[in-house]
Design a protein around this ligand. Sequence first.
Ligand SMILES: [Zn+2]
Length: 92
Amino acid sequence: MSEIKCPSCDVLLPSGDLRDGWCGACGKKVPMFVYHQAHLSGPKETGLPSAVREAPPVVAQLDPEEKPPIWQIACIGVAVIGIAIVIVRALM
Ligand SMILES: [Zn+2]
């Protein structure tokens, strides 16, 4: 495969960038004439730049080691103190 350079920034375009149609170095779209000069077919048009297409799906990842939020601790503390007061009053 012949070496193809980005006309915008003159960086050698890797095959991945050519497939996507976007220059990874300058972020500009690789013009069609570059493909024609290299006798290549153009990029597969999906309407989205590669960064958007290849972005992983947003999944809410809960860390099992994560501590509960401060308001939860405060609620538990208030409940424990309330129960303690009720017990102390019942004993007196
Ligand atoms: Zn470029």
